[in-house]
Design a protein around this ligand. Structure first.
Ligand code: F0G
Length: 487
């Protein structure tokens, strides 16, 4: 149905058409280079500490930053705010069951709360939780329970220029060895779809099947971190042999049939501004999750969400499977990655599902990992054009080696430009490209970063930084004027 018609449209037309009209707008305040420099100095060069009014394009995250549809705004008014037994919860539960096929649905206020409830129920000292790559909050929640988080991405995941279509895959051989070497210590295996910390790269159905087989052999449950489940299904449809032309909902069913449960941040592909859940098939596990939920989140029929937010997510989970929407979203991300590739700007290819990932290590090869090239680049994009992005490198993901006490760098130094859903248009993407090109031209003078002050856990959110000597001068401010590669 939608699949083939929309593909035809895309093939014939050069312009990406956003499949929506805009009913309500939010102004963007323009700012000058001097103003941005002063603002960043004041907040210790940490972009998380900026006020959003001081940002021109906010690509910090795709989480909770999307635009809701008129159907979602309408559904909000139907929110029933009863403490117990709200019909809004029933609609939420029905939608999650319909899309994912899990019997038990435990609502939480966002994804990390779902992780907290799950890992404090199944984790604990001496335990190990494998994942293709834990996102920062997922790893932090596993480790807060006393367990160890182990990342097992496939070997292709670190070759940024290889065209391998499923760099989010789990390294099934290493998973198998880990389970054999640690009998009784692995309470569940997680797979993150798409793999956010590894470049928003998808996991293939074949890899999910192989992971499932290994889990079954060891009688260990498989859970998916489902934040970006529909983008993963779309990339399966586009890239996996035998999946082309299938409806996204069917592919989602195939993915989740292989799992025993999932955690979800509805701030991503629930197309809502808040919300999440854990879902599972097992009655006893669901009972334990609900018991914990009441202590930390709320009663099991709202779990930290307002009735109106349950309604918005119930509607959003269905909208996110719209073929035209997913095609436009991916086309606008590819529009950026293809242009960057033409200019020779290092990035993760092929394009992932929710973001453009610049390879900051190769963009700024004169900086060591502990001079934080990802953060250095994030600062320059803000200075140049008011763009807020997010380092996904050693600031966020470095780990301290338990034996030596030394800090180990992240596997890659990346800068993520996350694209909020249904929020920006193609001209915003053109502006983004202009800013990146301007920074690329003066890359040799970009200084590294020092940490002046940071907490032990999740330090990137609140740390203060310094810039090393030799700060380069950013270009002409918003819109900056310099010549650019052809588009
Ligand atoms: N899992 C993944 C894969 C995520 O990307 C996130 C959040 C979470 C879990 C936690 O969900 O924020 O609702 O508590 N990622 C956001 C991001 C913050 O910017 O990528 P949450």
């Amino acid at each position: 149905m939608g699949a083939s018609r929309a593909v035809d449209t895309l093939l014939c037309m050069r312009t990406i058409i956003e499949p929506f009209r805009i009913k309500s707008v939010e102004p963007i305040r323009m700012s000058s280079l001097e103003e941005r420099r002063a603002l960043l100095e004041r907040v210790g060069w940490n972009l998380f500490s900026l006020r959003s009014e001081d940002v021109i394009l906010d690509l910090l995250t795709d989480s909770g930053t999307g635009a809701m549809s008129s159907a979602q705004w309408g559904a909000l008014m139907c929110g029933d705010e009863s403490y117990a037994g709200s019909p809004s919860f029933q609609r939420f539960e029905a939608s999650v069951r319909e899309v994912f096929g899990f019997e038990h649905v435990v609502p939480t206020h966002q994804g990390r709360a779902a992780e907290h409830v799950l890992f404090h129920t199944l984790g604990g000292a001496e335990r190990i939780v494998p994942n293709n790559t834990h996102f920062d909050t997922t790893g932090a929640n596993v480790e807060a329970s006393g367990a160890r988080a182990v990342d097992l991405p496939c070997p292709e995941s670190t070759d940024n220029s290889s065209p391998f279509p499923f760099k989010g895959n789990v390294d099934v051989d290493r998973l198998s060895s880990l389970l054999e070497a640690n009998p009784g210590r692995v309470p569940l295996v997680m797979v993150t779809v798409t793999n956010n910390a590894g470049g928003g790269q998808p996991v293939s159905l074949a890899n999910l099947r192989a992971t499932r087989e290994v889990c079954e052999r060891h009688c260990i449950p498989l859970f998916l971190d489902a934040c970006r489940f529909a983008e993963n299904a779309f990339l399966i449809q586009q890239r996996e042999r035998g999946q082309e032309g299938r409806a996204l909902g069917e592919i989602v069913h195939d993915m989740f049939r292989l799992a025993d449960g999932c955690t979800m941040s509805a701030k991503k592909e629930g197309l809502a501004n808040i919300g999440g859940f854990v879902a599972c098939r097992d009655d006893a596990l669901a009972r334990d999750l609900r018991r914990r939920l009441v202590v930390t989140e709320g009663f099991p029929t709202y779990g930290g969400m307002a009735g109106r937010d349950l309604e918005a997510v119930a509607q959003g989970l269905r909208e996110v499977l719209d073929q035209d929407y997913q095609e436009y979203r991916h086309a606008s991300i590819c529009y950026v990655t293809e242009h960057l590739a033409k200019c020779g700007i290092p990035q993760i290819l092929p394009a992932g599902g929710h973001a453009i990932f610049l390879d900051a290590g190769r963009f700024l090869p004169h900086l060591e990992w502990n001079q934080f090239p990802g953060q250095a680049l994030a600062i320059e994009l803000y200075l140049e054009g008011g763009i807020r992005s997010c380092e996904i490198g050693s600031l966020m993901l470095a780990r301290t080696d338990a034996e030596t006490g030394e800090e180990q760098p992240a596997p890659q130094e990346l800068l993520r430009l996350a694209i909020p859903r249904r929020t920006y248009t193609q001209s915003h993407m053109d502006y983004l490209l202009e800013v990146i090109e301007a920074v690329w031209r003066r890359r040799a003078e970009i200084p590294g970063i020092t940490i002046e002050e940071a907490p032990a856990v999740l330090r990137h959110f609140t740390a203060r930084y310094g810039r090393m000597a030799g700060a380069a001068c950013a270009g002409g401010g918003a819109g900056g004027g310099a010549s650019r590669c052809d588009r």
